[in-house]
Design a protein around this ligand. Sequence first.
Ligand code: IPM
Ligand code: MN
Length: 353
Amino acid sequence: MKKNITVIEGDGIGPEIIKQTIKILNAIEKKYHHEFFYEIAPAGFSAVKKFGDPMPKKTINSCLKSDAILFGCIGDPEGDKYSNGMRPEDGLLKLRKEMDLYCNIRPIVSYPSINKSPIKKNILEKVNFVIYRELTGGIYFGDKGRYENGELAYDHCIYSKNEIERIGKIAFKAASNRKKKIMVVDKANVLETSRLWREVISKISYDYPDVNLEFIYVDHAAMQIIFNPRKFDVILTDNMFGDILSDESSVIAGSLGLLPSASIGKKTPLFEPIHGSYPQAKGKNIANPLGSILSSAMMLEYFGMHKEKNIIEKAVNNSIENRICTQDIMDDLYLSSTTDEVGDYIKKYIENQ
Ligand code: IPM
Ligand code: MN
């Protein structure tokens, strides 16, 4: 297959992790006779400095023409200083909105050989769930502003039936191909938007009689994720709750650096690790590339390249089992590998299979 991919390295550790991911994709390309064409496009703080815009029009146009977007991470502590009202993060939000990427998929699994989770081993055994987070609505995109000389601020949370329905259908379909359990996380005891979510999702559930649907309040869900994570299969939730619960869930995997994500919707899909730009680690060759590498596996799966996706996941698991890991998931700092070494190991593993 031939695929055009827009690559957005972004800020902080973005370029370093993307470098490893491209290394892996090069190996996949050779082994399975694909052709991947990359266009590197600026975004984030680096784009603010150069073009005064965290998501330049040129980048958006490149994304629109591509089959997929491979995204590093954006954000910089200096971001506020430069901003003419636009933070680096606004660039990512703009891109999600422009591509209409309303469905964000964040799989969570536990890794038995990583000893970094503060949660007890027996609780972590065989955890495997996936968060479906609504990504282009809710409080992130509602009206926001200030009144009374800036002394009163508001953020408006708004959802339409259509916005809930379209991600709801995708999540039910996913659940029917998994353990057939869907848990909708909301705050229906307080929020009107949550009550609309319940109405709309309940209706969809009639089309999926074999999928077990439950509603759970977000405060209780936050506790259950740590207390009994095996109880979850598909979590379906809104933009803000999904953001918070996915960072919380990374404690199960052992590091935020391990978690991949896919964002799909109407236009070009985007694949990015869930972590931020980790500016303290920039240029040190210590950042964990696995979140980005696993995101590229999700991209290949989206392309219908299932063997290719599987071999990347197998290679990543092998690197973890053999403790070829960056320091965030190693007990002993002195035995840890660099970002480059992890990338090289995974690349060789794929080549030798
Ligand atoms: C994420 C990030 C973003 C979000 C930020 C960078 C805007 O935290 O992808 O989870 O809140 O969606
Ligand atoms: Mn987040």
